[in-house]
Design a protein. Structure first.
Length: 475
């Protein structure tokens, strides 16, 4: 409906104002009907029933609607078609996109802070999600049967776990901002797990934690033997301890796990000594390794790797290279190959481990290896329990046993030119043992094997052999 007005101007005419017009005067013009709209020289009206104080304005087809802070942010993030230019100014108090579930449809360059159970990791997407840095501790879980390899898993046991160990390792970012523990269920994992390229921002470690399984248990039928210097520790349960050699035992009063060196039906003897005497009626548990992985490779100057309670059981089960640092606790390292554990450069500890090989059980080329309260066993002829080469240092300590199935061309310690071996132990730890070898210790020209006075030799064709004329040395 049009409304007719008398126009006030230099001459009299009628002014008709249509719907969606108001009376007004544009710059440089006369009083007239001004269109309501969003085109040039239009007047704008509010087109929003819930417009409120402090809203921002946004044009609609018919006028202006109010937009809250949250709505403006949503509009900007959803409609931006080019980079924002901050004109050298800073953004402050920014919050990264985050959540406990990875975005379903990411785009290249997108950042996301995953803060699911057990880990907080900053990711960037570039064809795939790439972990950049972890914040705080990381706890991951692996279950071969029930787990799934995707980034939304690994948060708990069973169906919430990852399916493979390597996938869990690959979820560790290049920059590690806290200790990392990967709990691995008691299953066989036909994997070669490789760890490299993980740099800690502090004194942090990456731990592979396997699962031991109970083999048997019982109560001691008599007081056992604490063990000291030449005497190994042992415990007794009449008629129940046959066949437990080369497994782990745990006595509550002792408070630690021990490798069982040998057993009869009545008695189990450990490598080294106990910290307290085993007592009659005290409970004990025999453990086997429930978690089994084919092999482990650690290289690229990787530091701070810890491995607990895992059996590695294929050709070359352990390879440490390029100044890496990796320690093994209560592990079984078994191989049917010519060389079992290869340690090149870097350093490693073997605590309470059982190592078995058809060839050279422990091969050290440059770097350092310390073997504590462990058993090294070679099962065929022409073997070496420990072979160490130029620029390497090996320590045999705390009741470690070097044993062989045959005395035909076997060596307990084979030190090549330029190698150094130390055999120091305290009486409380128990002295090392070398037995059933063709030669207990062999030192080639320029090699040095020191502190051997307390080694307990038995069953060897020859206990010691050194190339004295070319400065091979055994002290």
């Amino acid at each position: 409906m049009a409304v007719t007005w008398k126009k006030i101007a230099y001459y009299d005419t009628l002014l008709t104002v249509e719907e969606q017009e108001i009376v007004g005067r544009l710059t440089g013009g006369n009083v007239d009907g001004i269109t309501i709209g969003i085109a040039d020289n239009n007047m704008v009206q509010i087109d929003d029933a819930d417009a409120a104080d402090d809203d921002y304005c946004k044009l609609t087809a018919n006028g202006i609607e109010g937009r809250s802070y949250a709505e403006v942010l949503a509009d900007l993030s959803g409609q931006a078609g080019a980079a924002f230019n901050c004109n050298t100014q800073e953004f402050q108090n920014l919050v990264c996109h985050k959540g406990s579930t990875m975005p379903a449809a990411p785009t290249d360059g997108q950042w996301f802070l995953f803060n699911g159970t057990g880990r907080t990791i900053l990711y960037q997407y570039n064809s795939e999600w790439i972990p950049i840095i972890s914040v705080g501790t990381m706890t991951l879980y692996v279950d071969k049967t029930d787990g799934t390899d995707d980034l939304n898993h690994g948060t708990a046991v069973d169906a919430s776990a990852f399916a493979t160990v390597q996938y869990a390792v690959d979820c560790i970012p290049g920059l590690v901002g806290g200790n990392v523990v990967i709990y691995i269920n008691a299953e066989d994992y036909a994997e070669t797990v490789t760890i490299r390229g993980k740099k800690a921002s502090g004194n942090y470690t990456i731990t592979l934690q396997g699962t031991l399984t109970e083999s048997s248990s019982g109560t001691q039928s008599a007081n056992g033997v604490l063990g000291v210097d030449v005497t190994q520790g042992s415990f007794t349960d009449t008629g129940n301890l046959a066949g437990v050699a080369n497994l782990l035992c745990y006595l509550a009063a002792d408070g630690d796990y021990r490798i069982i060196d040998s057993s009869t039906a009545n008695t189990a003897t450990i490598c080294g000594t106990f910290t307290s005497q085993p007592l009659q009626t005290e409970a004990y548990v025999i453990y086997d390794w429930g978690t089994s992985i084919n092999s482990l490779v650690v290289n690229g100057n990787q530091q701070g790797i810890k491995v607990y309670d895992i059996s590695f059981d294929t050709l070359y089960p352990i390879t440490r290279e390029d100044d890496a640092v990796v320690d093994f606790y209560r592990c079984k390292l078994a191989s049917s190959g010519s060389i079992n554990c290869i340690f090149r450069a870097g350093s490693s500890f073997l605590y309470y481990c059982y190592v078995e090989s058809d060839g050279q059980a422990v091969y050290v080329e440059r770097g350092e290896v310390k073997i504590y309260s462990s058993k090294i066993y070679t099962s065929t002829t022409n073997d070496r329990c420990v072979r160490t080469t130029i620029n390497s240092l090996v320590w045999i300590r705390a009741g470690t046993v070097l044993d062989a199935a045959s005395t035909t061309t076997t060596y307990g310690i084979y030190a090549e030119t330029g190698a150094q071996v130390g055999c120091y132990s305290t009486a409380a730890e128990g002295y090392p043992r070398i037995r059933n070898q063709a030669v207990g210790i062999r030192a080639q020209s320029g090699a040095q094997v020191a502190i051997t006075a307390n080694i307990q030799y038995s069953g060897n064709t020859l206990d010691e052999s050194a190339d004295a004329a070319s400065f091979g040395y055994i002290d």
